[in-house]
Ligand binder design. Structure first.
Ligand SMILES: Cc1ncc(COP(=O)(O)O)c(C=O)c1O
Length: 389
């Protein structure tokens, strides 16, 4: 088992997080806690499978075979209690491009697409790039944490929205939505005929007591649904840009697939497929160990903040490794906070990227070795307390 406390050497590998900081921060050499990949190695059987394929010298066009189907179906059943059929699996090159395609293929130009801010920023840009309208249904910040505004969702549905981009678990507020919440969403969307694109890329990264419920559980109730899944975050192989849409409803699946076929967008990446087979075959123990590591990192952050920066509020970490820090007590914009923290040596993401109302928030990626995490927390403390760097 690899150690999640051993840093992979990423600097100098054309790594976005480590080698391309100038564009975001105006400086380089920061300890990064930004873009959502991890700073430790992937699961060794994936490396072995990729090596074996490369060593074979045979890297021509490939397609999904029985081994692939059974690996994906096995994972959905074992990890998410979801029995899927092989025909529902639609491989795509990355979740964001696939969601963009879903918007373009399944809604009309000018249609309203609902997002629930604060949310992963490409959700906004793909709606805009597709010439559709962003309909905001902001999450509610309550004493019990962030909640979905179900009344707001229904109101937008009534006004004629066409699609909902759901983020589950939710990046960046770390919520793992409950069965009841998701069932309510499914019922609203069924009532008004809204297509649900459920981005479940973080579905395996569950750190609290709540179990992830896939929107797929409601496909009997309502099958105007695309569930977006991937090994990319789960196994730290985002650079392979390989993912699986799971589309139970035949009608929308055919519409989506016809679009891919007509444009020759259906040819899967050979090495990507090898990685999925190796990961899903028996990567369970590795994922469990990673979740334990991430849970410990989240605990460290919480404790550090309580002891050193009690003004900073950490949203309850139920899932994902992208922590959401409320620093509004400092009265600074998100960009100013990020700039100050960068001046102390660490690179975080500005909360304002995830929605216009989130000034004073930052996002921190904790998928890293403990030593790196502690060094980053020290940078945040120095920045916010004005200590010498
Ligand atoms: C919620 C969410 N969806 C999608 C992605 C990116 O997916 P992909 O690289 O497969 O396009 C990320 C990456 O951070 C994410 O957090």
């Amino acid at each position: 088992m690899s150690s999640f406390n051993e840093a992979a050497v990423r600097k100098g590998t054309a790594c976005i997080k480590w080698d391309f900081q100038e564009a975001d921060y105006g400086v380089s050499g920061l300890l990064p806690f930004s873009i959502a990949d991890a700073d430790y190695r992937t699961y060794q059987p994936i490396v072995d499978a990729l090596k074996a394929r490369v060593d074979s010298g045979v890297i021509g066009y490939t397609d999904l075979n029985e081994e692939y189907f059974s690996a994906v179906k096995g994972w959905c059943k074992r990890r998410h209690d979801w029995a899927i059929e092989s025909s529902w699996i639609v491989p795509t090159g990355g979740i964001v491009p696939a969601m963009c395609t879903a918007i373009e293929v399944l809604t009309e130009p000018g249609a309203g697409v609902i997002v629930q801010p604060p949310v992963y920023d490409p959700f906004y840009s793909i709606i805009e790039a597709s010439g559709r309208k962003i309909l905001r249904n902001d999450l509610l910040k309550t004493e019990a944490g962030y909640q979905m505004d179900l009344a707001g969702l229904e109101e937008l549905a009534q006004k004629g929205a066409s699609m909902l981009l759901l983020c589950s678990p939710h990046n960046p507020v770390c919520r793992v939505w409950t069965y009841e919440e998701l069932e309510a969403v499914a019922r609203i969307c069924q009532k008004y005929g809204i297509i649900v694109v459920s981005d479940e890329i973080h579905w395996d990264l569950i750190l609290g007591d709540k179990k992830h419920v896939t929107m797929g559980q409601f496909s009997q109730l309502y099958d105007q649904l695309i569930v977006c899944t991937s090994c990319s975050k789960t196994f730290n192989i985002a650079g392979l840009e390989t993912s699986n849409l799971i589309i139970p409803g035949e009608k929308i699946r055919k519409k989506y697939q016809d679009h891919l076929y007509a444009r020759y967008l259906f040819v899967p990446n050979t090495l990507g497929l090898e990685s999925v087979k190796a990961a899903y075959k028996d990567g369970d123990a590795w994922v469990d160990a990673q979740c334990a590591h991430l849970k410990e990192n989240a605990r460290i952050v919480k404790e550090y903040l309580q002891e050193n920066l009690p003004e900073v509020h950490l949203a309850e970490v139920e899932g994902t490794y992208l922590l959401w820090l409320d620093m509004t007590a400092y009265g600074l914009s998100s960009d100013a906070l990020v700039e100050r923290i960068a001046a102390a040596g660490a690179g975080l993401n500005s909360g304002a990227h995830y929605g216009a109302a989130y000034e004073g928030f930052v996002r921190m990626n904790v998928a890293c070795p403990k030593e790196q995490l502690l060094a980053g927390l020290d940078c945040i403390r120095k920045a916010l307390k004005g200590e010498a760097v």
